[in-house]
Ligand binder design. Structure first.
Ligand code: SF4
Length: 218
């Protein structure tokens, strides 16, 4: 049984997962990440006239945040469920993987992941796509029904993205799961890859880099 987080890290770089395990990193949630995730349970309050957005841990100006959040509300087909989920921090255990969905929606069931970071221009970042797929597959296994969508929220930006369970996404998930299962010693470096630029192990790993955005969105 593999952890959602390990599979997502392997989707970024299997060697990074090797270092993470070697050092025992990535198990604690920093306070600033928790503060951003908490925003995802207060959207209606944040849209209200009394909200003091300047004092909140948002990553853009208050006016831009309000616009983005309103747009998310208008475009989302699951807004009422997203602001009042059936479960918070739901532990899911599937056939191959287990982990936490930060929200669980009902009718139809769908897992939601919260990212403290910045969204890509479109879609979600590849490791988040793989993590969302892992959560959707685990939920599907538990409920014995197909789960067609997951959601990734970027609460510091007021952005919600839908993750449809496409063939491409499922294939990326299977590749990443296979990389975790096969991990036995340090995998090869990525080479001159932009992912290395924001990798906390780049010095230990000793790689050179290119530009990031192009290779990570999915
Ligand atoms: S520096 Fe690059 S190759 Fe090395 S672990 Fe990080 S992402 Fe992987």
């Amino acid at each position: 049984m593999e952890a959602f987080g390990d599979i997502a890290t392997a989707a970024y770089c299997p060697r990074k997962l090797y270092y993470r395990r070697k050092h025992g990193d990535g198990t604690e949630v920093p306070d600033d990440v928790s503060a951003v995730r908490a925003l995802a349970f207060r959207y209606e309050e944040l849209l209200g006239p009394d909200a003091d957005l300047a004092s909140e841990p948002i990553a853009v100006r208050p006016a831009a945040y309000r616009r983005a959040l309103r747009r998310s509300k208008e475009r989302s087909d699951r807004w009422e469920s997203l602001i009042d989920p059936a479960e918070r921090r739901a532990f899911l255990r599937g056939k191959d993987a287990e982990g936490i969905a930060h929200k669980l929606l009902s009718g139809p069931p769908a897992p939601v992941l919260l990212s403290a970071g910045e969204p890509p221009e479109r879609g979600v970042w590849r490791p988040q796509s793989v993590r969302a797929t892992a959560a959707a597959k685990a939920l599907s296994w538990e409920r014995e029904r197909s789960i067609e969508r997951a959601y990734v929220e970027y609460p510091a930006y007021g952005v919600v993205r839908t993750v449809r369970m496409t063939t491409r996404r499922k294939a990326a998930y299977r590749r990443a799961l296979g990389a975790v299962e096969d991990l036995d010693g340090p995998p090869p470096r990525l080479g001159e890859d932009p992912r290395c630029r924001s990798c906390e192990y780049r010095e230990e790993c000793g790689t050179k880099t290119r530009s990031l955005r192009s290779v990570l969105s999915l």
